[in-house]
Write a protein that binds this ligand. Structure first.
Ligand SMILES: Cc1cc2nc3c(=O)[nH]c(=O)nc-3n(C[C@H](O)[C@H](O)[C@H](O)COP(=O)(O)O)c2cc1C
Length: 702
């Protein structure tokens, strides 16, 4: 092992429980734990994720949140000890591997609960009235500390009131549920959460708690609920039973649905650092043994769920600071990197590194660090493209794609949370496979097929692997995307696939193969407007070094356009964005953490956005924009067209050219069978490309 990582592999203690190393697998709810009433789901949630990871050098596992009460039907967890029975063997296995496990018990979400917005369309269509939809979701899930607090996801939906009687019932339920966890063999519990703007956090913060009873007003009163919880657990389970608290050091919140960006001066309406210094002492005194820390609230969600725009180790400085105010250990979460974590642990500034998405992306991550195989790591690119797509937000409310409500999966590792569905066994009937196109879809197909024992040839017409992902990875803040390209190239090299660069395939019939996989990607679209030839496409701009003048107009305020605008703002240039819809980054399938951070960054950098606007033409002076307030000329030295992609149809069958909806098409029963993967079939996202490639290899490997 490289000696700089050694501090990560030293033991530490939470209460009397010794943990073998400083790696904590952070809770990541994949909807299984929430649905604990369905026993099989509950077991699957733990089994799938942890069986694969328990022998991979993780010290402490904290599975995703388990609610005290079901969302529908008012079933209390503590009245159902039977749900713990089937997880006992897995807990035992985890112990045998030398790791420890805490269960995370949740008080719920309060105003952060997403379900009211899911029910909204039904309410709107008259299929449910508000009262009956409240019945579907019990009052516990509709309620928040203040009456009429706006729901995060739909500000016009107001929450109910969490009464002091409900608090007493919850405190009791926490004690009883923790007792069941202890009896099931877990080593401790974590309380969810004075963190991220969940219910207990809403009680703790001034902007969401204006109560006049014993649970509102002073800081002590606002923390009373969280303190009563730990006291009750200690009373029921004994002083020695460790209780951790998921804790956000600072809220970083400017207003409802308004977050501050790193480095911004702003007025904190949530928990300031000054208040946090006092709060952690009160919480420690009440009995908490560990603080599992980050920053943020649902209004500034990108600290708790840092996207690609967030600096690496985004919360580390604040967590290091708060450790000075408690004698208990602290864990730090949020794009943590092993170098910085090890240095901080060695200096006694934090106690452990919390890892979330990176362990979904690469279950062997820690083993690879230990064995000094850093280049073998599949890097998490913080895209949230399958782990949290469920939580999309287009600027005004949820934007969940009902066909793809993904949660807890991984764009880059479809295996995760699908361990029971997929196979890694060698193919029973290995085939000769030709892959046309060396983008990520083509490379994923070639790597997976080669792993399953097929004979693979990959043909790339250019001298560069990566396809359109090269453009996506170009901005300066995309260091993990660039690492990912290197990872793919390396995996391809390690595989048995033969790679033919600078080789254009013109005729599928010329290939000697049982199966041909077409993965030729897409071409940048352009608008048919006067002066269009003066613009450069986003892909060309990103691929050719981003040379441009000072005033840059970006036509199209989707993800790519806004990412370019942010990159140019970082370079000190003056970009503007023209967008025909009412939102920037409005596409489906983009996690709220990503879209809100990008929007807030553009706000912070004062990037003008012309919304609900179309482009009339491009002239010498600039871009003529039809904005709602009338026609304006936006001056431009450079104009970038970022209006999406269109599938490459080189190999599309004649009769099928207009069909865009079928994801994976087999066009002939004869040899070779031809399949289409990724954008050349239908322009999608990285998730759809990788998933199609992965599933295609699953399909042809039986
Ligand atoms: C799919 C998913 C589900 C999550 N569920 C929970 C949860 O149930 N409880 C919790 O405290 N945090 C939850 N989190 C937050 C993570 O524990 C972690 O703090 C976050 O992902 C940042 O760490 P990372 O940058 O290492 O991923 C979740 C995150 C993800 C991606």
């Amino acid at each position: 092992m490289n000696e700089r990582y050694e501090p990560l592999f030293t033991p530490w203690k939470v209460g009397n429980v010794e943990i073998k190393n400083r790696i904590v697998m952070l809770p990541m709810e994949g909807t299984n734990m929430i649905a604990w009433e369905a026993k099989t789901q509950f077991v699957k949630g733990i089994e799938e994720l942890y069986r694969d990871r328990k022998d991979n050098n993780i010290g402490l596992f904290i599975p995703g949140l388990i609610p005290l009460i079901s969302i529908m039907g008012e079933k209390w967890l503590y009245k159902h000890p039977e749900v713990f029975e089937p997880v006992k063997p897995i807990i035992e296995e985890i112990h045998q591997s030398g790791a420890k496990i805490f269960f995370q018990l949740s008080a719920g979400a309060g105003r952060s609960m997403i379900l009211p917005t899911l029910l909204k369309p039904f309410v709107k269509q008259g299929l449910l009235n508000k009262a009956s939809s409240k019945l579907i979701m019990t009052k516990w899930w509709w309620s928040a500390p203040d009456p009429e607090l706006p729901n995060v996801w739909a500000t016009d939906v107001k929450m109910g009131y969490f009464t002091s009687e409900m608090i007493s019932q919850f405190v009791y339920a926490f004690g009883q549920s923790a007792k069941l966890c202890k009896e099931a063999g877990v080593d401790g519990v974590e309380i969810h959460a004075v963190h991220e703007g969940y219910l207990l956090d809403q009680f703790a913060m001034p902007y969401t708690n204006h109560r006049t009873d014993a649970y509102g007003g002073s800081l002590e009163n606002r923390l009373r609920f969280a303190c009563e919880v730990v006291r009750e657990i200690k009373k029921v389970c004994g002083e020695d039973f460790p209780v951790s608290l998921r804790y956000s050091v600072r809220s970083m919140t400017r207003g409802f649905n308004q977050g501050a960006v790193p480095g911004e001066e702003f007025t904190e309406i949530g928990r300031s650092m000054e208040e946090s210094e006092k709060a952690i002492k009160i919480l420690e005194e009440a009995g908490y043994d560990l603080f599992n820390c980050d920053n943020g609230t649902y209004d500034a969600w990108y600290y708790s769920h840092p996207p690609v725009y967030a600096p690496l180790n985004i919360n580390l400085k604040d967590v290091e600071h708060i450790k000075n105010f408690t004698s208990k250990p602290v864990v730090c979460a949020g794009r943590m990197q092993p170098e910085e974590a090890a240095a901080s642990i060695a200096a006694g500034k934090i106690d452990a590194m919390g890892l979330g998405r990176q362990l979904l992306c690469d279950p062997e991550y820690v083993t690879k660090i230990k064995e000094d195989r850093m280049d073998d790591i599949r890097p998490c690119i913080s895209c949230h493209g399958a782990c949290l797509t469920f939580f999309g937000m287009n600027g005004q409310g949820t934007d969940i794609d009902p066909m793809n409500p993904e949660m807890g999966h991984c764009v880059l590792n479809p295996w995760t949370n699908n361990e029971i569905k997929y196979s890694k066994a060698p193919a029973k009937h290995p085939k000769k496979i030709a892959v046309i196109g060396g983008g990520l879809g083509g490379m994923e197909t070639a790597i997976q097929a080669s792993l399953r024992g097929h004979t693979v040839d990959l043909y790339e017409k250019s001298d560069r692997l990566g396809g359109v992902f090269n453009a996506a990875a170009a901005p300066s803040y995309k260091e993990k995307d660039k690492q990912l390209l290197k990872y793919y190239a390396r995996e391809l090299e390690k595989s048995n696939a033969a790679v033919h660069m600078n080789t254009e395939i013109k005729d599928i019939g010329s290939l000697d193969a049982d199966i041909v996989v077409v993965a030729t990607g897409a071409h940048a679209r352009s608008l048919n407007i006067p002066g269009a030839e003066r613009a450069v496409t986003a892909a060309d701009f990103l691929n050719t070094g981003m040379e441009c003048g000072d005033k840059v107009v970006i036509i199209g305020g989707g993800l790519t356009g806004c990412e370019i605008a942010y990159e140019l703002a970082l370079q000190g240039k003056h970009p503007s964005v023209v967008e025909m819809t009412e939102f920037l980054v409005g596409a489906r399938g983009i996690c709220m953490a990503n879209s809100t951070m990008l929007r807030e960054l553009l706000r912070f950098h004062k990037v003008p956005a012309y919304l609900n606007s179309t482009v009339e033409s491009i002239t010498d002076e600039g871009v003529i924009v039809n904005a709602p307030e009338g026609q304006v000329t936006v001056p431009a030295d450079t104009v970038i067209m970022s209006v999406g992609y269109t599938p490459d149809k080189t190999f599309a069958p004649e009769d099928d050219k207009s069909k865009k909806t079928i994801l994976k098409r087999k066009v002939s029963k004869d040899k070779p069978q031809v399949y289409f993967v990724g954008d050349c079939d239908k322009v999608g996202s990285l998730r759809t490309v990788i998933k199609q490639a992965y599933e295609l290899v699953q399909d042809i490997s039986y």
